[in-house]
Design a protein around this ligand. Structure first.
Ligand SMILES: C[S@@+](CC[C@H](N)C(=O)[O-])C[C@H]1O[C@@H](n2cnc3c(N)ncnc32)[C@H](O)[C@@H]1O
Length: 349
């Protein structure tokens, strides 16, 4: 399927999709309140949610701070869409409607945290008009690090629902060839709807990202925001911890290794690839980057746009290249965000 964003959104997204998403979100809020009441100690809370999850990530970070932030509700953050207007004008409008409750996300010029006692809803006029995009602050990092330039070719391998594609489109002011791909039909619908809402221009493709290995050296920039076990998102939704399993992590790690090789293959010489996930698992982060380094001539560049913890170089008897230390591993307590991982890779000329 190849389409541009001029396609009617109503054809792709029904109000039922939106209401079931909202119902799931509400259910989660109730769950969270009940859990937090029952377990004052965050470690007990996570042990109760999923003992295996607790044990595994205690191996990665066993500080009290880590578990406290894993249990804490997530701050709301929005990205201002400069494809729709000047940053200052949209920010002034937001302040007029919600008060002086916005604090800039330090690593993203267009990103703002919303004060905890205020919540902007999906039915707000600012969201409906595409003036803002609800986007977790750490997830704003990969497009910043990718450093795209206008008149280039850019591939977003796993693009839905389009937070990062729309951010990239705003950085190039719609003056680049952007291919936004995803494998899932239901998520492609939401991607198209978001591109349209934000006036972001991209070609949307629906295929398994591994297929891009058939197009060698085609893109100047490639973003692989990989499908992952979402372990870093547990503070947004305890269900991610509850449903987590090691078997899924292992299977995702295999997929991520194939995806990163395909993403690297389709990158031009001299081009930049950003690999990111919202998981804390070394198998899905450092191990995937290490796999790329062992099988290609890829080079890692340092990412230091936000506070992070030392990346993992040894885990369960495995050893990873020291080069992975250049990646950015964010734990929830570092910047009061979700857990996140970002690697910047360049393909030598
Ligand atoms: C973390 S989400 C991407 C979020 C998106 N980049 C954003 O910022 O809005 C991962 C996406 O990978 C997609 N995916 C899973 N397996 C894939 C594959 N083999 N090829 C391409 N996309 C895949 C999922 O459907 C999902 O939409």
């Amino acid at each position: 399927m190849l389409t541009d964003t001029g396609v009617s959104r109503t054809k792709f997204m029904t109000s039922r999709d939106e209401s079931s998403l909202m119902a799931a979100e509400n259910e989660t809020k109730t769950d969270r309140a009940e859990f937090r009441k029952e377990f004052e100690n965050p470690r007990e809370l996570f042990k109760n949610l999923n003992e295996h999850f607790y044990r595994r990530y205690s191996e990665v970070d066993d500080s009290d701070e880590f578990w406290e932030y894993m249990a804490k509700p997530l701050r709301q953050s929005v990205r201002i869409n400069t494809l729709k207007g000047e940053l200052k004008d949209i920010l002034d409008l937001l302040k007029e409607n919600y008060g002086d409750v916005f604090t800039r996300v330090p690593w993203c010029r267009e990103g703002y945290f919303v004060r905890d006692d205020v919540s902007i809803s999906g039915s707000s006029i600012e969201h409906q008009l595409g003036l803002i995009f609800f986007q977790e602050a750490s997830s704003m990092i990969p497009p910043v690090v990718l450093g795209v330039k206008a008149e280039s070719s850019i591939l977003d391998v796993a693009a839905a629902p389009g937070a990062k594609t729309t951010q990239i489109a705003q950085y190039v002011e719609n003056d680049a060839l952007i291919v936004a791909n995803d494998v899932k039909y239901s998520r492609i619908n939401i991607l198209i709807s978001n591109l349209q809402r934000c006036s972001a221009v991209a070609h949307v493709t629906m295929c398994d990202g591994r297929r891009f290995r058939k197009y060698p050296e085609a893109f100047d920039y490639v973003l692989l925001d990989a499908p992952c076990s979402n372990a870093g998102m547990a503070r947004k939704n305890y269900r991610y911890a509850k449903l987590w399993s090691l078997r899924e992590v292992q299977s995702l790690s295999r997929l991520q290794k194939q995806l990163i090789l395909a993403a690297y293959e389709t990158l031009k010489r001299g081009g930049t690839l950003v690999y990111s996930t919202c998981t804390l698992d070394p198998l899905e982060n450092e191990e995937v980057v290490d796999h790329l380094l062992s099988n290609t001539d890829a080079e890692v560049e340092k990412v230091r746009v936000a506070k992070g913890v030392e990346p993992v170089t040894e885990f369960e008897g495995r050893e990873y290249s020291d080069e992975v230390k250049k990646c950015l591993r964010i734990h929830p307590q570092c910047n009061d965000t979700e857990g996140f991982f970002v690697a910047k890779i360049v393909k030598p000329l």
